[in-house]
Design a protein around this ligand. Structure first.
Ligand SMILES: *Cc1c(COP(=O)(O)O)cnc(C)c1O
Length: 376
């Protein structure tokens, strides 16, 4: 059986988790959380990086930081994970979906401006498969209309747009360290990336249950008290220890994933003459091999393809069912403009197994099973 995903494990995770346990401080903001924060602030050059319990929670914090109020509108693609929308719906926002581009499945930057109303507060680009959205265009639109940009870079760690790390271009960015992502904090975890300095102090407060505890520990205030809304968004230090081991091996993980991705790409290039589409990476984007997908010619062909993989004991999967078609989507959102690509492209996409250390034999078995389906 070939699994769709195997969580990354690089070798030092056990030792670091044990070290965290023995340190006697296993709640949030211990030794390893600090090490992770330093690593991210150095690598990303952001104003502040804060580990969170998930990317979902980092997005919820972003919605609080930009003070989303009931009735505000937030523009995003419908082809995304529920948390991208839910984080803003929780604050009372109405979600306005626009279509995706057929090549990258990222938000179509040319459709955003027409969806803006006087209620629009933010744009949330999602860097699908770790491939950057057209951030220059999106930032220019946001600037013209006085909007915030929150990057859902859940899949984007180690990927860049015009040389800039995904998650560091908008006012705020978020990463996920769920076990299905390229780097994991032992199952669940996330990162809030603050690029706009104005949000840095309040982000610490919101993450610490609405208290000024972080400032208290730094000796900046003499009382630790309730000062704002907030929740418990900091992970246990054991999770940070797991993650820190992966950060130390970040380049090795990235190189290994990219090699597997490239192998698939070369092996499947010949399928393009049968109408199968391969992932498109714009020239100014460096991706991180978060995902390898193929787009079958139709929904029916995809169903048969998935059945074939299952019979051959390979766990290939499809991905998002567009949010605007879901029961909650109907309540909390509207789709602006035509759904030209979101639904049809989502119905023909299939994701192949890809994980750190999958190895040559596993990769070749997947390639053989896929090419046998297409009769090569
Ligand atoms: C994984 C993912 C999330 C949620 O991440 P969690 O850490 O599981 O909360 C949000 N958005 C996108 C695009 C994702 O891929």
């Amino acid at each position: 059986m070939i699994f769709f995903n195997v969580p990354a494990y690089t070798g030092k995770e056990d030792a670091y988790m044990l070290e965290a346990v023995r340190s006697g401080k296993i709640s949030g903001d211990g030794l390893f959380t600090k090490k992770c924060h330093e690593w991210f602030e150095r690598e990303l050059g952001c104003a502040k990086a804060l580990l969170t319990t998930s990317c979902t929670h980092a997005l919820e914090m972003a919605a609080m930081l930009i003070e989303i109020q009931p009735g505000d509108e937030v523009i995003m693609p419908s082809y995304t994970f529920v948390s991208t929308a839910n984080a803003f719906v929780l604050r009372g926002a109405k979600i306005v979906f626009v279509d995706v581009r057929p090549d990258t499945l990222n938000i179509d930057e040319t459709k955003i401006e027409a969806a803006i109303t006087d209620k629009t507060k933010a744009i949330v680009p999602v860097h699908y498969a770790g491939v950057g959205c057209e951030m220059d265009t999106i930032m220019a639109i946001a600037e013209r209309h006085g909007l915030y940009v929150i990057e859902d870079a859940a899949q984007g760690m180690q990927a860049t747009y015009k040389g800039r790390a995904l998650g560091t271009i908008g006012h705020i960015g978020t990463y996920s360290f769920h076990e299905t992502k390229n780097y994991t904090a032992g199952g669940e975890g996330g990162l809030l990336i603050i690029n706009d300095e104005r949000f840095a102090e309040r982000a610490e407060v919101i993450r610490e249950k609405g208290t000024n505890r972080s400032q208290f520990f730094r000796g900046m205030v003499d009382k630790y008290t309730w000062v704002d809304i907030g929740s418990s968004y900091l992970p246990a230090d054991i999770n940070a220890a797991y993650l820190y081991a992966q950060l130390e091996s970040a380049d090795a993980v990235n190189a290994d994933r990219l090699a597997s991705w490239r192998h698939y790409y070369d092996a499947f290039a010949a399928l393009e003459k049968k109408g199968i589409d391969l992932p498109a990476i714009p020239a100014h984007c460096e991706h991180n091999a978060h995902m390898f997908y193929l787009k079958c010619t139709s929904f029916e062909e995809r169903t048969a393809f998935l059945e074939h993989c299952k019979t051959e004991e390979i766990l290939a999967v499809f991905h998002y069912i567009p949010l605007h078609a879901s029961p909650a989507g109907k309540r909390f959102s509207r789709f602006h403009g035509e759904d030209r690509f979101t639904t049809v492209e989502s119905e023909r996409l299939v994701r192949l197994p890809l994980y750190y250390g999958m190895g040559e034999a596993t990769r070749q078995r997947v390639i053989d099973v896929v090419t046998s389906f297409y009769g090569d």
